[in-house]
Ligand binder design. Structure first.
Ligand SMILES: NC(=O)c1ccc[n+]([C@@H]2O[C@H](COP(=O)([O-])OP(=O)(O)OC[C@H]3O[C@@H](n4cnc5c(N)ncnc54)[C@H](OP(=O)(O)O)[C@@H]3O)[C@@H](O)[C@H]2O)c1
Length: 198
């Protein structure tokens, strides 16, 4: 299983830090190219490989850690998805108001899924502030919770397993029009920093 993170800002860097901490290899790309990632790689070490956006889009699992409005542009160069996994860590936000984007009641990840036809799309890694996501998931005798939603049970299970390997406690909520709505920006599960005991 190959992993790639697209986006090296607050969330992309937080995720890369957790992959490095867990000794899991991951590629990372942004809009500026691999050279711009030299400092991050120097800090996090050899499990993190800087790459180009087109290369990152070839991974078995592609994690979108970019603005919601940038997704269509970022994924346009992808080859066939053929059942590969796309993890949507984006939040659909109107700036500068910092309010939920009006999506007519739809799940933001269903909209992302339309941009990656043939991918198995999972919503995860979007509910915690970046600084919390970057911090040690072992806390107060338990593990920090990350939510998982998606319409493909096998992909949900793969990402829940990844979340376990990263040291967090996954809670799988269900499909995008159920759990996805609960964990998207403006919904009750966003910014809930929960610890699961045992
Ligand atoms: N910050 C948080 O606490 C937080 C929490 C939960 C969820 N989120 C969500 O996570 C996502 C990322 O947020 P962030 O705070 O990490 O943003 P950020 O710090 O502004 O970083 C955004 C990253 O996306 C990259 N990017 C933008 N357009 C791109 C494109 N077309 N192709 C490739 N890369 C592109 C940028 O590349 P360059 O570096 O080259 O500019 C940058 O690395 C957003 O959807 C946000 O709503 C954020």
């Amino acid at each position: 299983m190959t992993y790639a993170i697209i986006g090296s800002g607050a969330i992309g860097s937080a995720l890369a830090r957790q992959f490095a901490r867990s000794s899991i290899e991951v590629q990372i790309a942004n809009s500026r190219g691999p050279d711009s990632l030299a400092d991050l790689v120097a800090e996090l070490g050899s499990y993190i490989t800087p790459t180009t956006l087109p290369e990152a889009l070839k991974a078995d699992t592609v994690i979108l850690a970019i603005p919601f409005m940038a997704v269509a542009d970022a994924v346009q160069g992808s080859a066939q998805w053929n059942g590969r996994i796309v993890v949507d860590a984006t939040n659909a936000i109107d700036f500068p108001a910092f309010t939920p984007k009006d999506l007519g009641g739809r799940s933001s990840t269903e909209i992302v899924a339309e941009m990656v036809p043939g991918a198995r799309v999972v919503k995860a890694f979007n509910t915690l502030p970046a600084a919390v996501l970057a911090s040690d998931p072992a806390q107060d005798g338990g593990r920090r919770v990350l939510f998982v939603s998606g319409n493909h049970a096998s992909a949900n299970a793969d990402i829940a397993s990844l979340i376990e390997r990263l040291g967090f406690a996954p809670i799988t909520l269900g499909g995008l029009n159920q759990g996805g709505l609960l964990q998207q920006f403006g919904a009750p599960l966003v910014a809930q920093n929960l610890i699961k005991l045992r």
